[in-house]
Design a protein around this ligand. Sequence first.
Ligand code: NPW
Ligand code: K
Length: 471
Amino acid sequence: MIPIHTAQTVREAEESFFAQQPGVDLMQLAAEAVAEAASKLLEGDRTSEGAVLVAVGPGNNGGDGLYAAARLAGQGIPVSLWLTTGQAHPDGLHAAREAGCREVDALGATELLAQASLVIDAVLGIGGRPGLDSVVATFAEQAEALAIPVLSVDIPSGLDPDRGHVEQDGFRAARTVTFIARKPCHVLQPAAGRCGVVQLEDLDVPVATRPVALQATPADIARLWPVPGPTSHKYSRGVVGIDTGSTRYPGAALLGTIGALHAGAGMIRFVGPEVAAQLVRTQLPSVTHGEGAVQAWLLGSGWGQTEANRDRLAAHLGVKTPAVIDADALLSLPTVVPPNTLLTPHAGEMSRMLGVERAQVEADPLTHARETAERWQAVVLLKGATQYVVEPGGRVQLAVPGPHWSAQAGSGDVLAGICAALLAAGLSAADAALLGASVQAMAAKRRLGPWPPEVIAREVAAVVGGFDPVW
Ligand SMILES: NC(=O)C1=CN([C@@H]2O[C@H](COP(=O)(O)OP(=O)(O)OC[C@H]3O[C@@H](n4cnc5c(N)ncnc54)[C@H](OP(=O)(O)O)[C@@H]3O)[C@@H](O)[C@H]2O)[C@@H](O)CC1
Ligand SMILES: [K+]
């Protein structure tokens, strides 16, 4: 799991590091990493005038950029500096000037842009307030329009380091070199989409504080997946009870059932309405129909919004079996849900659960997901371009990200089914959510393109097969 830390935590880590090792110059280490990354991005194209154009802000982020500029100029690379506010880190500026960097003003920077091979964005880092001065914002847009690669120092300037929300257009980096720890903007969408490849330079500075979130990697998912062993049988692998679908939405039932089967459910008991049951029967012969003991329930997908939802939900939740509660059932939740319940809303559903606007959830997903988890004392999987797994108590994990093709009807039904299979296998609701969302993303990556959700669901089985260490 990759720890994600806030700007404040990183600052504190830096301070306590300096208190213990005052002689170490972190800015030089940072600049060295930036210069190295710049050299790689230049790929030998070092001849044109203004090959590297460094946009320099007034603080230490600009200082990193200036020392990196000095290093590049020292290698004979033509480097131009644009001091975006007219102010700059004094020692860094001195070093860059000594090394032969030339300075341009805003107009000169815009003119040079067309010939530049690389822009280094050292305007604002973790000390910046979100948003860019309009001249810098226009420069960033032009760099993007001209497809000039941008290397961002620490974060693409203008982003809020601690959030995924993007307030205004700004730099879109090909690569971001960040220091000490990854920050939320590097992993949370849509901000993460502006960072390009994120390269972490930890500068040997330890961070003692608890991370604000943990980002899962495919290796984590493979390690945690419940692969069957020699003593496994269908009951030990987990029986999933599924009550999903309606006359209006029978397909949701089929999709969730396909998801559960392809994620390794030992057995499925389908107890949804007859119209959905018929569909499942014709497509998935291994599914059994009718009541019986189950280890986890999958509820809510494709129910539609009806008065009957509250009773339909209560009928299953009364027995205190772990459950995945999805879609329409999320709006009929009782005040108390059974232990190990997983709620799987998207932003729109979460906004209705909390009685706020969807835009509010989208602007600050983490706060709202935390509030949802606290209110129902249940694990929440907030679905979307970034998939948040939030537990009551505040622990936040982020699923492995996937391609944006997955933003389509039916993906959520499949995902709920995958999570239910994992819950039935005995995983905690948090692990079921993290593994379920991640494996679906990994499957979508293997099947890149506008594949329908059932095709991605079938690919899940192939991804899971790769987790088996025996074969
Ligand atoms: N800690 C670490 O891990 C390490 C840190 N290092 C580096 O230090 C960076 C942090 O440096 P930092 O603290 O000097 O802040 P930084 O981002 O340069 O910006 C502050 C300046 O910008 C200004 N300003 C703010 N918002 C603005 C806006 N919207 N538009 C315009 N101006 C704005 C603000 O002025 P103000 O108006 O607030 O007086 C102030 O002058 C960090 O990102 C990393 O690159 C590495 O060297 C080593 C490891
Ligand atoms: K920056």
